[in-house]
Design a binder for this molecule. Structure first.
Ligand SMILES: *Cc1c(COP(=O)(O)O)cnc(C)c1O
Length: 409
């Protein structure tokens, strides 16, 4: 008799875990001691196929595009961490999002946040629009804008909170209620917060997606994605698409992500503590004009941040005096903060969105301030990170005043 792999909250590995603290869940969720050897860590099942006991009789695994035990463990862990019934893993965050959108048909309408991840916008605007899907882009932080954009054909509302790089928030529960009333579904890209800080399914969302490349993997060593849902029918449809399309992660990548998950709570606690300290330092710094961080009292949606998130996250955006030139100088002068795109790893990164991650939207309404700097705060010691930023800021400022003095004289 073939039985499908245990993949939900009823699996032995997940049973009874729901009452535990997320910090405990992060260590134990999804992982069963290997039935063959007792191996404590889920083995990397590096196999494409599985011997059958008789014609058509197998142990739940037939072919690794369909199911693989290392992937099953990761999927169970992700479902548990997001407080959902089912999770499906993909080869990248984009593959996860693309697979979700294959649920839709030509003529269907989507209301989407107007500052979602650049790759998501590219998928919608350059690829899925050609397939007949229709998109409206609105500031999802304004519930009236979302309501006004809904059409009879709207099947899905899609949003990120906090957004990148301006860290604008959306009230997930409010949009979920509106979306449900309309008979549509709500999808939340929870990459920036991670389930350690925010669990959208508990607030009424229907789908949660992640680029596990960021905080979930957490070590900048693997690309991946995941979708988490509660609804059994929705899960069956997505499972069909996962196998039918085949953008699945390999077992090694699942293993690395699963290993990253174990320290999710610890890492996010460190990211958040460091980021808050650095945000306060930047806010008090004489050459910094503006700091954007959800847990600063100056953030326009500070109250929502406190209500919806367990921490402010690891990303800070700030604007320096002197515009793009000074921003570039700061970004190339730090030593601990590596000049690089991406985010969510244990090591600190710095970038200038206008010419790096957001260069593609430079000419559009979504263009970001050329003097804006985005940092992904790692888990190094806060004092070292502050000293690094402090010396980069004063160096950049000194160079720009010297330059200004020369050209002025
Ligand atoms: C990185 C990212 C993605 C895309 O994920 P990949 O793993 O790079 O494909 C999607 N959404 C957000 C918010 C991201 O930061």
């Amino acid at each position: 008799m073939s039985k499908p792999p245990h993949n939900g909250p009823d699996s032995p590995a997940s049973r009874g875990l729901s009452s535990l603290h997320p910090q405990t869940l992060a260590v134990h969720a999804g992982v069963e001691h290997d039935p063959l050897t007792g191996a404590v860590m889920t083995p990397i099942y590096q196999t494409s196929t599985y011997a059958q006991e008789d014609v058509g009789v197998h142990r739940g695994y037939e072919y690794s595009r369909t199911d693989n035990p290392t992937r099953t463990a990761l999927q169970r862990a992700m479902a548990t961490l997001e407080g959902g019934r089912h999770a499906l893993a993909f080869s990248s965050g984009m593959a996860a999002i693309d697979t979700v959108f294959r649920l839709l048909s030509p003529g269907d309408h989507v209301v989407c946040g107007n500052d979602v991840y650049g790759g998501t916008f590219r998928l919608f605007d350059k690829i899925l629009k050609k397939q007949g899907l229709e998109f409206s882009y609105v500031a999802t932080g304004d519930i009236d804008e979302v309501a006004a954009a809904l059409r009879p054909t709207t099947q899905l509302v899609w949003l990120e909170t906090p957004t990148n790089p301006l860290l604008r928030l959306t009230d997930i529960a409010a949009v979920a209620a509106l979306t449900r009333q309309h008979g549509a579904r709500l999808g939340v890209d929870n990459t920036f917060a991670s389930p350690a800080l925010q669990r959208p399914l508990e607030l009424g969302a229907d789908l949660v997606v992640h680029s596990t490349t960021k905080y979930l993997g957490g070590h900048s060593d693997v690309v991946g994605g995941v979708v988490v849902v509660n609804d059994d029918r929705l899960y069956e449809d997505l499972k069909f698409l996962q196998n039918g399309i085949g953008a699945v992660p390999g077992p090694m990548d699942c293993f690395l992500t699963l290993r990253g998950l174990k320290t999710l709570s610890l890492r996010l606690a460190a990211h958040c503590a460091n980021a808050l300290e650095i945000a306060r330092f930047l806010e008090a710094h004489p050459v910094v004009e503006r700091v954007i961080y959800p847990f600063l009292e100056s953030h326009p949606q500070h109250a929502l941040a406190k209500r919806q998130m367990a921490g402010g996250g690891g990303i800070i955006s700030f604007v320096v005096e002197g515009g793009a030139e000074v921003a570039h100088e700061v970004a190339r002068s730090t030593r601990l903060f590596t000049l690089a795109e991406s985010l969510g790893g244990v090591e600190s990164l710095i970038e200038v969105p206008a010419v790096m991650t957001h260069a593609a939207v430079a000419e559009s309404a979504l263009a970001v301030d050329p003097g804006l700097i985005r940092i992904s705060v790692g888990i190094e010691h806060a004092g070292d990170l502050i000293a690094d930023l402090g010396s980069a800021l004063s160096l950049a400022h000194k160079r720009s005043s010297v330059a200004a003095g020369v050209s002025g004289g």
